[in-house]
Structure formats: C-alpha cells, structure tokens
Design a protein around this ligand. Structure first.
Ligand SMILES: [Zn+2]
Length: 310
C-alpha cells in the first residue's frame, strides 16, 4: 500500500489489457466512495483533483484525506492533478505531495504546447513525478476547461510530441467530451478507434488516456429529474466502446460526470423520499454508497482492473 505514480499501474494495465479508473475528488464522501469501491474489487485507482477542486477543498485537505484512504484500504493510489493550466499549478501540487500531474497545453499552438510540456516534464521528472499531457481538443465543459468542438488527435503529431516532450502518458481526442451532453440527442455515439489503433501502432507500449469518458446512465439522470432536477439532453459514451478502449492502449479513463450524477441522484432521492431528514450524514452517506456501487460497476463493466493489485 502506498501513494504511487502511475508508471507501474499503466505498465500492468497495458500488458493485461485493462485500464485504471481516474475519478475526481472534491470531498471526503467522494474519496471514501471511490476507494471503498476500488477496495471491494482489489483494484488500483487514480484520484485526481482539478484546479476547481483545489480551490474548493484545498490541496492540504485533499492530500491528507488521500493519505488516510491509503492507510485504511491498503490500496496503491496515485494522486493526480487534472488539467494543470501552467507550471505554477504543477509546482504547487508537487510540493503538496501529488505523484502525477497533467499539463494541459492543448489550447496552445503546437510548438508552444511542446515547449511548455517539456518544461513541466523536466521539473516533474526531477522530483519523481509523472506527467500526462494532451494533444487534440475535446468538446464540452469541465470546470475551467471549455471547448466548442472536437479537434481529433493526429497520430503523426502524437509520435513527435511524445518523443520531444518525454511525457509518460497522453490524453487524446477521439470523440469523448467533457460534461453530461456528449452527443446531440439524435446523433449516434461514435469514437474514432482508427485513430487510437494508429497511435497504438506508432507508439507501442505507450499509455493513452481518455478524458470525458463517462457513460451517463439514463436511469441516474432520470432519478435526478424525478426528484426535482433539470438535466436535459444528457448522453454519454456507450459502455462497450469504453471496454474496447480499455483493452487497447488506453490505460487511464476519466469519469467525473458519472460520479457527479450518482451523488446528485442519491441526495435528491433522499430529500424527495424523506423530507423530514436534515442530518447531512443521511444524504451524504447515501451518496457515498452510490459512488461505491458506481465504481465497482465501472471496474466490472469498463475497466477490467479487478485484482489489479496483485
Ligand atoms: Zn479532462
């Protein structure tokens, strides 16, 4: 049991044809729900914080709770910065004890993305921390990250980028997107597996990351809306597509929206069914239980990382 980087996790996942779940954390119940699910499946897990989460809860609180989770569960856990916007943010979390960082320079012009990513890699590697970068643009909205449409990753450019920056993993754009509305209501969900295959062929053994890969369970959305919510046009990535990606070069799958939806549905349902409740442990406890169930089901149906701790 330890706070680890993703290096060993990704190596085993790549060779084993499975992926590691990366879940965003904002508070104690979310952390406990995720690690209890991973513990039940004896699976490694990545806990990640956006800059929004760091603003909300503070790096010190989040790190201390993750340390407690490792001690309580005995799991190997990587603590990762999600969408680091600049080197200052990266330095801050490395000082706080994070083991993995993402630098997202995907909105910069290509040469600038290479230059800034390389700077982050040099800084992080000197301190034993691994780096994820991004190439291509995902549509959707996630905290401070907003984009109107996809720019799919160019496989040739991915090879050049990885060789020149020395990054440890790469987030690519093949049709996943941030948020709960990933496809128009009438559109058929599609991921560009030909791009993933080509990148895998050109960069054998190199770990690929999918962001914005929540499945957006219609039943969970329906529960939110049944109990006073108003979530329109929600549509996620089909489970079988994510499972296929897990069996390929994809070693890390980010699924934040599903955690948010599960938590909101559980809290709304508790309020709707038991209007007399005002003990936060009641509704936050229900949320924690639902998050645990969600993580266990992700490990079973998408990730395939059960017993990955062995
Ligand atoms: Zn993302």
């Amino acid at each position: 049991m330890a706070l680890v980087t993703t290096k060993e996790m990704f190596k085993k996942a790549y060779e084993g044809g499975y992926a590691i779940g990366a879940f965003n954390i904002n508070d104690m119940e979310i952390i406990q729900g995720i690690v209890n699910g991973a513990k039940a499946k004896n699976s490694p897990v990545i806990l990640q914080c956006s800059t929004g989460a760091l603003k909300y809860a503070g790096a010190k609180y989040l790190k201390a709770m993750v340390d407690a989770a490792i001690e309580e569960t005995g799991l190997d856990i990587a603590l990762h910065l999600d969408h680091g916007p600049n080197i200052e943010a990266v330095k801050e979390v490395i000082d706080a004890g994070f083991t993995s960082v993402m630098f997202d320079g995907s909105h910069y012009e290509y040469e600038e993305n290479v230059r800034l990513t390389k700077e982050v890699v040099d800084y992080a590697h000197a301190r034993g921390v691994v780096v994820e970068a991004e190439l291509g643009v995902l549509a959707g909205v996630e905290d401070d990250v907003v984009a109107d449409s996809h720019i799919y990753t160019d496989p040739e450019q991915a090879v050049d980028f990885v060789n020149r920056t020395g990054v440890d993993s790469l987030a690519i754009a093949i049709g996943t997107s941030h948020g709960a509305v990933k496809f128009p209501p009438d559109a058929k969900p599609e991921l560009k597996f030909d791009i993933l295959e080509e990148i895998q062929r050109k960069l054998p053994g190199f770990p690929i990351v999918l962001h914005g890969a929540s499945a957006v369970d219609p039943q969970t959305v329906a529960t939110c809306n049944e109990f006073g919510g108003n979530i329109a046009n929600a549509k996620g990535i089909p489970v079988e597509m994510l499972r296929k990606a897990s069996s390929m070069a994809v070693c890390k799958i980010n699924m934040d929206t599903d955690i948010r939806l599960a938590m909101t549905a559980a809290i709304r349902k508790t309020f709707g069914e038991k209007p007399e409740v005002f003990d936060p442990r009641n509704y936050l406890g229900a949320a924690r239980t639902e998050i645990q169930k969600l993580v266990e089901s992700k490990i079973d149906t998408i990730l395939g990382s059960e017993n990955g701790m062995n």
